[in-house]
Design a protein around this ligand. Structure first.
Ligand code: 3PY
Ligand code: MG
Length: 248
């Protein structure tokens, strides 16, 4: 599944992912059946633990949606367990330093490329498919650019050979620039274009979270050239759909 996502990105085709912040396999399965290319489980800000994450992986897979996780941090031992559990890719928040990223990524690949430990888990059918998992599986790796320092390092981060896409966190990036949620300020636009240029130079996919579930805004992000997109969140989409009672 990760290799199919990677091939699509390499061909320049967009990946549009659903974003899950609740620990519900049922909501995950419902979202996974909406035509998304992947489902991202937000373990940074969503109250989702490791056990719930694994049940969510199964629910997403049931609808043909590869499960990805936005990590709470670059925690290598959580990454190893999620990989053993069958996650297809990792989104790493607030990356600013290539050496630290490289240290983390070593835990995501088996020797000789890295130092991932051998675990017989759902990701390799408890050992039955271990050999092919070991030789062919390569998780999708997506560092997030969420600070000015991240923008300054975007070229080097994108050039890392394990990186598939860079993913802008619009709220944290605008906050770091001094105005959280102001996506019209010049400094924010400049940061986006620096990151986009870094992706183009390294031939990696530019990505962004289109948090407001507004389809015209998603279309705009596509026309701007973004190719790894997350759209809305489960709870924000639900609240938006249920708003308007005060107008009755
Ligand atoms: C941000 O906007 O900072 C995010 O992390 C969105 O996922
Ligand atoms: Mg963020």
């Amino acid at each position: 599944m990760s290799s199919e996502l990677r091939s699509e990105l390499k061909r320049g085709n967009p990946i549009i992912a659903a974003w899950l912040t609740s620990a519900s396999p049922l909501i995950a399965e419902a979202m996974a059946s909406c035509g998304f290319n992947a489902l991202i489980i937000d373990m940074e800000h969503g109250p989702i633990d490791e056990v719930s994450a694994l049940t969510i992986f199964a629910a997403a897979e049931r609808r043909g949606c590869p499960p990805l996780v936005r990590m709470p941090s670059a925690d290598p031992y959580l990454a190893r367990r999620l990989l053993d559990g069958g996650v297809q890719g990792l989104i790493i928040p607030c990356v600013e330093n290539v050496a630290a990223l490289d240290d983390f990524l070593r835990h995501c690949f088996y020797p000789p490329r890295g130092c991932r430990g051998t675990g017989l888990g759902r990701g390799n059918l408890w050992g039955d498919t271990f050999e092919s998992h070991c030789t062919t599986f390569q998780p999708l790796i997506v560092p997030m650019i969420e600070t000015c320092r991240g923008v300054a390092m975007a070229g080097a981060i994108a050039a890392h050979d394990a990186v598939d896409a860079l993913f802008i966190g619009p709220y944290d990036l605008s906050a770091d620039l001094g105005a959280p949620g102001d996506f019209s300020m010049e400094a924010y636009k400049n940061a986006l274009s620096t990151t986009m240029d870094a992706c183009r130079a390294a031939e990696k996919a530019p990505g962004i979270h289109q948090v407001a579930p507004v389809i015209d805004e998603l279309r705009e992000r596509l026309s701007e050239g973004y190719r790894f997109l997350a759209y809305g969140t489960d709870i924000i989409a639900m609240r938006r759909a249920l708003s308007g009672l005060e107008g009755l």
